[in-house]
Design a protein around this ligand. Structure first.
Ligand SMILES: Cc1cc2nc3c(=O)[nH]c(=O)nc-3n(C[C@H](O)[C@H](O)[C@H](O)COP(=O)(O)OP(=O)(O)OC[C@H]3O[C@@H](n4cnc5c(N)ncnc54)[C@H](O)[C@@H]3O)c2cc1C
Length: 562
């Protein structure tokens, strides 16, 4: 049953005070309180999609507005279990995401304090990448964290602490928008809600992200391995080439960009031939003896059993490069990446109902520069601050959302330019050249092995010297030389031809969201209100809006999934 018509007349919810002090918080139970007579009516918000972005939005808005907001979040991957809302498992057809993401400190540093405390507990995050414009010294280094951990913690906090109504169903449009002020659309890159409301948001287009009239899509393999070496040691290996990217938290994903020919080998076979599995649904193939299999489809990953596979030895080389062995692989998956341009992110659905595209539903990005979730969290921090500063108990007007829409347009420009430059890397003459061309040229390179290894090593040493001093200790030069010497000549050719990370072209100022709304959270010490700086006078409270500003150029970032 879809519950879209329920709930808005219920009593307001108040937070239970958390324990003070550091470390994991006992989240306790939610306390019900009756709304004060005569108080302005609460802001009513529905959220379509309870992935990391939808849940961060809901918790952030509650932490800012407290009882002045009533929020429902819908997700089709949830179920009821023992009177609680929980994630569906593989038995229900839900493959939980295992990827490690890097959050910039401009982003994690502005999460509600209680959320930060819950997420960043020892062993559940690491600091692998260096400081940069979006992770300035005063806020700290970027942090690696698992998407699954973010989802688990926030689902728990949403129901146990923030008192958010969670609906384990796909979002469906109500018959009437009456009674709803805000619809936050957070249902991911293939957003059904955006599709259903396309007339309100206008047509998306892939034209800008096409080559010769064809939209550019890349296929990437995600090879999940157990960690063998300290996370940080692998950073120069990632940054000196563009074929493999390793993001880790004591183990993680080696991402491998493929040509179309290589992608054609990403197949799974069942008893009766090819099965739609890893190639179509991105299923994870796990080791089973000497092959890799999908439990769900009872199929086998073709390259792992095909003695003639040209892809399998290339996968093995990538694993070796990062100091691991084939025995360290715990799963292999694949995904496709492409981009589209959206005309706008804010739409009026009815006289007093506004809808907002957020997270991947707004901006689905190529993940090589590691900005998807960062951009998604910036988008929800911007909207939450905008709503909190403008809500006065009566219908919004379109003009109220100019600050947020402006920030969304800045984010789209900044992040898609960066991601597009990563997809079509300029060559030494500044001419864009797709990664597939580079990989093919590398595979047929005529250079001898020693020359290729020397070129890559020289490049790696240059990257290493730029990184030193901005992150923890790196491995010694001999270890990096041994990683390069372990590679096949074709892999060396690809790595040399793919080029080092183009840090100058994709670096520069970042779009920042400054949250200046005092939290209504239980915790009065929640430090999201920024002290007015001498250069910038404090604004009147009623005009505390998110400020989109391009950050000062901090230390130039040599690189980083950041
Ligand atoms: C390999 C890889 C590495 C990455 N690395 C980084 C990184 O280092 N840094 C970074 O910032 N980003 C990174 N990203 C991107 C990041 O993972 C995404 O940007 C982020 O997960 C998007 O979150 P979201 O909540 O917007 O969307 P999703 O995570 O897609 O969540 C959408 C939610 O909506 C639900 N849903 C869908 N349809 C409906 C419906 N009709 N009704 C109800 N619910 C619905 C889904 O069940 C899901 O829970 C990476 C991505 C990949 C693939």
């Amino acid at each position: 049953m879809n519950q879209n018509a329920s709930h808005f007349g219920e009593p307001a919810t108040t937070f239970l005070k958390p324990h003070s002090g550091q470390g994991p918080v006992d989240l306790g139970r939610v306390v019900q309180a009756v709304a004060r007579p005569g108080a302005p009516r609460p802001l009513r918000v529905d959220v379509a999609g309870g992935g990391p972005v939808g849940l961060i939005f809901a918790c952030t808005l509650r932490s800012m507005l407290g009882d002045k907001v009533k929020i429902r979040v819908f997700d089709r991957r949830w179920m009821r279990r023992d009177g609680r809302i929980a994630w569906q498992g593989t038995a229900e057809g839900n493959n939980r995401r295992e990827q490690v993401v890097t959050l910039q400190s401009n982003v994690w540093g502005q999460l509600p304090m209680l959320v930060r405390r819950r997420l960043f507990t020892p062993g559940n995050y690491s600091e692998m990448w260096p400081l940069g414009p979006d992770s300035p010294t005063h806020r700290g280094r970027p942090r690696n964290i698992k998407v699954r951990w973010i989802e688990d913690c926030l689902l728990e906090m949403a129901q146990d602490f923030y008192g958010i109504e969670l609906v384990p169903e796909p979002y469906a449009q109500p018959k009437s928008w009456d009674g709803l002020d805000v619809l936050a659309i957070c249902d991911g890159a293939r957003s059904k809600t955006r599709e259903d409301l396309k007339e309100a948001f206008g047509p998306s287009s892939r034209d800008l992200y096409s080559v010769g009239g064809t939209p550019l899509d890349e296929t990437v393999l995600g090879i999940r391995i157990k960690g063998k070496v300290p996370d940080e040691h692998t950073v120069p290996l990632t940054v000196c080439q563009n074929r493999f990217l390793f993001n880790s938290l004591g183990g993680g994903f080696i991402n491998m960009r493929l040509t179309a020919e290589e992608a054609s080998e990403v197949l799974a076979y069942g008893e009766n031939g090819p099965v739609p599995c890893i190639g179509k649904f991105g299923c994870t193939m796990r080791p089973d003896g000497d092959k890799f299999v999908c439990d769900r489809h009872r199929s086998v990953f073709k390259p792992s059993v095909d003695k003639l596979s040209f892809l399998w030895p290339r996968i093995a080389d990538g694993v070796k490069f990062f100091g691991a062995t084939m025995g360290d692989i715990v799963g292999i998956t694949s995904f496709k990446l492409g981009m589209q341009q959206n005309p706008k992110f804010t739409a009026q659905l009815a006289p007093s109902t506004y809808a907002f595209l957020l997270g991947d539903a707004a901006n689905s990005l190529h993940f090589w520069p590691g900005r998807g979730l960062n951009t998604g969290v910036k988008s929800v921090q911007s909207l939450a601050a905008n709503l909190a500063s403008r809500w006065a108990g009566r219908a919004f007007r379109a003009a109220d959302f100019a600050p947020h829409e402006g920030l969304m347009q800045q984010l789209q420009y900044r992040e898609k330019s960066r991601a597009w430059t990563t997809m079509l890397i300029p060559d030494e003459n500044g001419l864009p050249r797709g990664i597939e061309d580079r990989i093919r040229a590398g595979l047929t390179s005529k250079e001898d092995r020693q020359a290729l290894a020397d070129t890559l090593y020289k490049r790696l040493l240059a990257v290493k010297s730029r990184l030193e001093g901005r992150m923890g200790a790196l491995a010694d030069d001999a270890w990096y030389r041994s990683r390069i010497n372990s590679l096949d000549v074709k892999t060396l050719g690809v790595m040399v031809e793919s080029g080092a990370w183009i840090t100058r072209e994709i670096g520069g100022d970042e779009v920042a969201v400054n949250i200046e709304v005092a939290p209504a959270d239980t915790n009065a010490s929640e430090p999201t209100r920024r002290a007015p700086s001498p250069q910038r006078p404090a604004r009147p409270a009623s005009r505390n809006i998110p400020v989109a500003r391009t950050g000062p150029a901090g230390p130039r970032r040599p690189a980083g999934v950041s």
